[in-house]
Design a protein around this ligand. Structure first.
Ligand code: 9MR
Length: 356
């Protein structure tokens, strides 16, 4: 069986190149990467990117550019970063990531325009007591989307317009925007983004709505209503923050059924933020890493069969992941370890992409 490790991938690639081009088998041939394999399937493989390691770590930059064809700014495109001061847009941090992507032929998923977290204090105040909260939200959306519109130097063709607007029970989440504007803010946000860049593909993004259940039913119903009402929404992001151990990831059948019903609405489906926690499992490290590889493989395989077009991880190296900070426990939820070595999860993703 073909194993796409860097070393064996090198050998397999060299053998292939030698047989097809007459090159000597001992000549150096570029290793097969996740990116190559995803290209061959016509899908994007992506990672969330953090500014500091991108600026400071060569291994971070090299691995990102080699293995991935899509990037998402983990933080710096959010309102608290791009509009910390009312009316003054500061894109220096997001532009750096977008420029890196452009330089390496990668696409960008814009993240995110409307959320209940990472808003500047002034915007929260405007939403709570301001005279024109709708105007403030509209100006934010238009300011960001226009900066990255299709005819700009570094376009962002896809946006997570609204993030996490529903609760686990499938109700409208009580947020600064639902309080200020009522539930209609979702449709308005999509319309404003569409006005700012009619070419952009506009997504609703949420977590815990990957399989079948109350929340995914509500996401589906909400999107059905938006699509039915002629609102410019083109896709849905399934975040996919999951874990090893029973009940910490959706079953393949539920995931496939959910993707199918979303696609039946005419929507594109992306996996937008996948990581697989180890702390939810049991057993020695080696068996946890094997379980993690299996979860990555099962989910990617189901998603490919179900017709998703983009598969993004929330980071790529265990050296930089939100999980330990958030859970207060060490983990290792991504396919590269802290030394940028490929973990079993990496090989599992490569095998699935290769169709093995
Ligand atoms: O990974 C992000 C982390 O660095 C931030 O502190 C956090 C703030 O809430 O947001 C994280 O990213 C989130 C993403 O934007 C939306 N879905 C959940 C992600 C993980 O919390």
């Amino acid at each position: 069986t073909t194993r796409f490790t860097r070393r064996t991938g090198l050998l397999a690639g060299a053998a292939l190149a030698a047989s097809t081009s007459g090159a000597r088998a001992d000549e150096a041939v570029a290793p097969i990467t996740l990116r190559d394999l995803a290209d061959a399937r016509g899908i994007r493989i992506g990672a969330a990117v953090a500014s500091r390691p991108l600026a400071n770590e060569l291994a971070y930059r090299d691995t990102l550019a080699r293995e991935f064809s899509s990037v998402t700014c983990e933080n710096v495109m959010k309102p608290s970063f791009v509009q910390a001061t009312p009316g003054y847009f500061d894109f220096h941090a997001s532009d750096a990531i977008v420029a890196f992507a452009a330089a390496h032929g990668m696409t960008v998923r814009g993240h995110t325009l409307v959320w209940h977290q990472q808003n500047p204090a002034w915007l929260e105040r405007v939403a709570a007591v301001g005279e024109n909260p709708a105007g403030a939200l509209r100006d934010h959306i238009v300011g960001v989307v226009r900066h990255y519109r299709n005819d700009s130097p570094a376009p962002v063709p896809v946006w997570d317009v609204v993030n996490e607007a529903l609760t686990d029970n499938g109700l409208m989440r009580d947020t600064l925007w639902s309080r200020a504007l009522g539930p209609g803010y979702l449709a308005d946000a999509f319309r404003w983004a569409h006005e700012a860049d009619p070419d952009a593909r506009l997504f609703y993004n949420d977590f815990g709505a990957e399989g079948l259940g109350r929340k995914s039913n509500a996401v589906h119903a909400m999107l059905r209503d938006l699509v039915g009402g002629g609102v410019p929404v083109h896709g849905v992001g399934l975040q996919m923050h999951v874990g090893i151990g029973h009940g910490h990831a959706p079953s393949g059948t539920d995931l496939a059924a959910n993707i199918a019903r979303l696609r039946a609405l005419g929507l594109e489906v992306h996996v937008t933020e996948m990581d697989v926690k180890l702390q939810t499992g049991t057993g020695p490290d080696a068996s946890r890493l094997a379980d993690q590889a299996q979860v990555y493989a099962d989910i990617l395989s189901t998603c490919l069969d179900a017709g998703i077009t983009s598969f993004t991880l929330w980071g790529f190296t265990d050296a930089h992941s939100w999980i330990p900070g958030f859970t207060g426990k060490p983990d290792g939820a991504l396919p590269f370890d802290t030394a940028y070595e490929q973990k079993p999860a990496y090989h599992a993703l490569a095998r699935v992409l290769a169709g093995d």
